[in-house]
Design a protein around this ligand. Sequence first.
Ligand code: GBH
Length: 478
Amino acid sequence: MAALPADFEWGFATASYQIEGGVDENGRGKSIWDTFCHASPSRTKGADGDVACDHYHRYPDDFDLLQRYGAKAYRFSLSWSRIVPLGGRNDAVSEPGIAFYSRLIDALLARGITPWVTLYHWDLPQGLHDRYGGWLDVDEVQRDFERYARVCYERFGGRVKHWITLNEPWIQSIFGYATGVNAPGRSSTNDQAAEGDSATEPWIAGKALIMSHARAVALYNNEFRPQQRGKIGISLNGDFYEPWDAADPRDHEAVERRMQFHIGWFANPIFLRKDYPPCMRQQLGDRLPRFSDADFAILGDAECDFYGMNYYTSQFARHREEPPTETDFVGNVEELAENKEGVSVGPLSGVHWLRSCPDMFRKHLTRIYRLYGKPIYITENGCPCPGEDKMTREEAVEDPFRIAYFESHLDAICKAIKEDGSVISGYFAWSLMDNLEWSDGYGVRFGVTFTDYETLERTPKKSALVFKSLVEERQVSA
Ligand code: GBH
């Protein structure tokens, strides 16, 4: 069913720490991911981003690939500590860091590819973590992030017309400060973490992220939008859920609660200018920080242009009988891959948490569009193929599971547009190339391009070469 608009934006996505390497080049400051990857014993399966895909040196070749794939757009993130090595609002700006991203943006434009820039994809300057605890100091970090955003708009905003403030604040808050499996690795429930308080810190970090986003958008709206005329939004992650027992109203409530804990946490203040969802306030009480009138004034100045959706999978939710523990962050539900009848949510990919569930993706798109009312850009979607972590290059470049995943998810978008009336304006496949999959190291391969980590050679997988036609087949003519 052809339903994608003629001007549908599409391409591939990456993030700075996952691909760049070059961590000591040109005065770059350390980020919390440099520190986390070098912890001993390792918390990242021995992997680090010191070299990664060496994109820092190889970006022109990577952009040749993008051009060969026919991409209209490319989503990437800036490393804050390349631009402001120590991170803070009174700290020096690194001209070589600016020059690097400036060349990179020019290299995209020269190939006719539209840059979509994420300001923050989890790599907080270590300097800010050391100075005041990073995302745990709500007042300080939002001011430092605002100044970093200002530098980016000033230096790049003449050429960059699409901004994403934050990638997945949920993951930064929960994985960084509750489970401790991502940098800075703080937790009171994880044996590998020396410090942290999983009952309070994720909620503080969440507020810091919300206010940092809001300040960056308000700044854009008030000072840069009139001349630069770009668009700005945020990328939120969150699975779609269905009830484990469709006949049990308590499982229906569990479903809604789970999605509010994932998405409403951020989307209520950001898109609705409201307090956190009532179910969160009810469960978490005063552990959930309040928004002051001054906070709401900033949120009120921070209207976004779009909702960036990172979507990979769906699950079943089952209510729990016992009251929630202090460290619960999912809304007191059990998350399951099968429902009461033993029906699976979908076929398993190459990573344990990701099953292909296109019908639930369609429902997710339409739920989000109806709740928040902004055009949706899918800013990440993709998967590793079953067994891909153990494959040779010759095997991995044949990736029928990934192609089928892309096809079925593009079809779901078409249905959401045509049958549900949702507005979906673009799609970025995750990822341009295999890269550092955070705490999973280099084993899990999400790329449409195979990366040989010995030689750093890239080889297009079949999905990369057919992706353009998958989109164009579904596009309505102009
Ligand atoms: C995105 O996060 C990231 O933005 C991107 O950088 C990343 O490479 C991509 O996804 C692929 O993972 O069952 O405990 O192992 C998506 C968020 C984080 C969701 C890891 C699933 C696994 C939880 N994902 N999580 S666990």
